[in-house]
Design a protein around this ligand. Structure first.
Ligand code: PBG
Length: 325
C-alpha cells in the first residue's frame, strides 16, 4: 500500500498519544453541586441520583472537607427548602434566618480558599414551583426581577463568591449586577445560566428539591431544545448586562450550543452536566451495562472538547477520587 499519511503512527504508544492529546480534563475544571438541608445531621440519598445526598448544615461541612482533600475547589449549593417556608413570592430566599445563607457563611469561614456559587431562582422557595412569580398561570417577568435581586444581594452578603441565576427571566443579569454594585459587592461574580433549555433531564434534580412545578411547564422561560441561534442572543444579552461566565444547560445533548458560544464569545463557558445525565450513566453502570469510570470521563471530556472551560457535574467527586494522587 502506498500511503504517506498513516494517522495510526501518532497513536502507537501512550507517550506519543500523550504528546498529541488536544484536550485535557482535570479536577480544577469541575464544580461540584451539593444539596443542603436544614436539619444539621441529615444525610439522605436521592433515589434517582445514586451517590448524591441531601446534606444537613453540619454534615455538609465534613463533606466539603473531604472533597477539598480530594482537590475539588469549586462548589455550588442548592437548598432543600421545607414546605413550611414556601410562599408565592419566596420571601424566605432573602430571610436572614435562611439556613442556606447561614451555611454559606459558615462554609466560607471554614474554607476561605474555595469558590462557592449560589442558585438564584424562585422554584425552591415557591409554593408554585416555578422560577418566577405566578399569577393566573402566567410567570411574571418584571415583578420577579426585584425578588431575584434581593435574593442575590442576600447571597453576596452571606459570602457566596459567585451568584448563579438559573431562572431565565429577561433582564435579570442587569438588575442583579446593578444591585450588587450599588451595595459594594462589585467583586461578587455572576455566572449566568445563559442557554438553559426546557429539558426532560432535570427530573432527578426536581425530586431532590421537591421543586416540580405545581402546574404547567417551564417553556415560557426556558429555551426550546430546537433552537441554537437563540442561545447566541441570550449569551449576547448576558454579556451586555454584566455576566462573568456563560452557562449552557444541559450539556450532553447541547454540545453544539457549547461549541457555538465558544466560537462567538470571549467569556468563559460552563457546561452543566445535569441530574438526568448523571442518572443515566449511574443507572447503566449499576446494571453492569457501562463501565462507569470510562463513560464518565468520556462524557466530561466531550464537554471540554466542545469548548467548555468549566463543568458543573455530580460526577466531580468520583472523578477526583479516581485521580487522587
Ligand atoms: C432551577 C434549577 C433546575 C436545575 C438547576 N436549577 C431545575 C429546573 O429548572 O427545573 C436543574 C439541575 C439538574 O437537573 O441537575 N432553578
Amino acid at each position: 500500500m502506498d500511503m504517506y499519511q498513516r494517522p495510526r503512527r501518532n497513536r502507537k504508544s501512550a507517550a506519543i498519544r500523550g504528546m498529541v492529546e488536544e484536550t485535557n480534563l482535570s479536577v480544577s475544571h469541575l464544580i461540584y453541586p451539593l444539596f443542603v438541608a436544614e436539619n444539621p445531621d441529615e444525610k439522605s440519598e436521592i433515589a434517582s441520583m445514586p451517590g448524591i445526598f441531601r446534606w444537613g448544615t453540619e454534615k455538609v461541612l465534613s463533606e466539603i472537607e473531604e472533597c477539598v482533600e480530594l482537590g475539588i475547589q469549586n462548589f455550588v449549593l442548592f437548598p432543600v427548602v421545607p414546605e413550611k417556608y414556601k410562599t408565592k413570592r419566596g420571601e424566605y430566599s432573602a430571610d436572614e434566618k435562611n439556613f442556606y445563607l447561614k451555611v454559606a457563611t459558615e462554609i466560607k469561614k471554614r474554607f476561605p480558599q474555595i469558590s462557592l456559587m449560589s442558585d438564584v431562582a424562585l422554584d425552591p422557595y415557591s409554593t408554585d414551583g416555578h422560577d418566577g412569580i405566578v399569577e393566573n398561570g402566567i410567570i411574571l417577568n418584571d415583578e420577579t426581577l426585584p425578588v431575584l435581586a434581593n435574593m442575590s444581594l442576600a447571597q453576596a452578603q452571606a459570602g457566596f463568591d459567585i451568584i448563579g441565576p438559573s431562572d431565565m427571566m429577561d433582564g435579570r443579569i442587569a438588575i442583579i449586577r446593578e444591585t450588587l454594585d450599588d451595595n459594594d459587592y462589585d467583586q461578587t461574580s455572576i455566572m449566568a445560566y445563559s442557554a438553559k433549555y426546557a429539558s426532560a433531564f432535570y427530573g432527578p434534580f426536581r425530586d431532590a428539591l421537591d421543586s416540580t412545578p405545581k402546574s404547567g411547564d417551564k417553556k415560557t422561560y426556558q429555551m426550546n431544545p430546537a433552537n441554537k441561534k437563540e442561545a447566541l442572543l441570550e449569551a449576547m444579552l448576558d454579556i451586555e448586562e454584566g455576566a462573568d461566565f456563560l452557562m449552557v444547560k444541559p450539556a450532553l445533548a447541547y454540545l453544539d450550543v457549547i461549541h457555538s458560544l465558544k466560537e462567538n464569545f470571549v467569556l468563559p463557558i460552563t457546561a452543566y452536566n445535569v441530574s438526568g445525565e448523571y442518572a443515566m450513566v449511574k443507572a447503566a453502570a449499576n446494571n453492569g451495562w457501562l463501565n462507569y469510570d470510562a463513560t464518565m470521563q468520556e462524557t466530561l471530556l466531550s464537554m471540554r472538547r466542545a469548548g467548555a472551560n468549566a463543568i458543573l457535574t455530580y460526577h466531580a467527586k468520583d472523578f477526583a477520587q479516581l485521580h487522587k494522587k
